[in-house]
Design a protein. Structure first.
Length: 135
């Protein structure tokens, strides 16, 4: 898979409703993963969306999630640019360059879902996420 750049939207507890709405607007295939699938199934946020991804026939990809407990949700500041794919060297290079002079908020490393993931803010204050599939 080639590397992709797409928006990632944070929601205040209504990610499922919003992503299902976008699916009705754009069509395509929606995949939803809950916090419960990757943690305590009986936690209060277990049914909230940890990651949603809508892939459309037109080539659009829209990602989103409910804001995790303990993290602020600020409408207007709730979008991040996501880079994803399986070209590990390319994506690690992007992460290194984007975080240089900025702030790493999640180190780029293997995560519980099996991919390598990291997050940072660049020197201009733009938030970025990098996910390397199948590493």
């Amino acid at each position: 898979m080639a590397s992709r750049l797409n928006p990632y939207i944070s929601f205040a507890g209504n990610a499922r409703e919003a992503m299902e709405y976008y699916e009705s607007v754009f069509g395509g295939t929606l995949r939803l993963n809950t916090f419960g699938e990757y943690g305590a199934a009986d936690a209060p946020e277990a049914q909230k969306i940890m990651h949603a991804q809508l892939e459309t026939a037109s080539g659009y990809t829209l990602m989103g999630a409910d804001t995790p407990p303990g993290m602020p949700h600020n409408p207007g500041d709730n979008i991040t640019v996501s880079l994803s794919g399986d070209d590990a060297d390319e994506l690690r290079g992007y992460f290194e360059k984007l975080s240089n002079g900025g702030n790493v908020t999640v180190p780029l490393e293997k995560q519980m879902w099996g991919d390598e993931f990291g997050a940072c803010q660049d020197r201009f204050g733009i938030s970025w996420m990098v996910n390397i599939s199948g590493t």
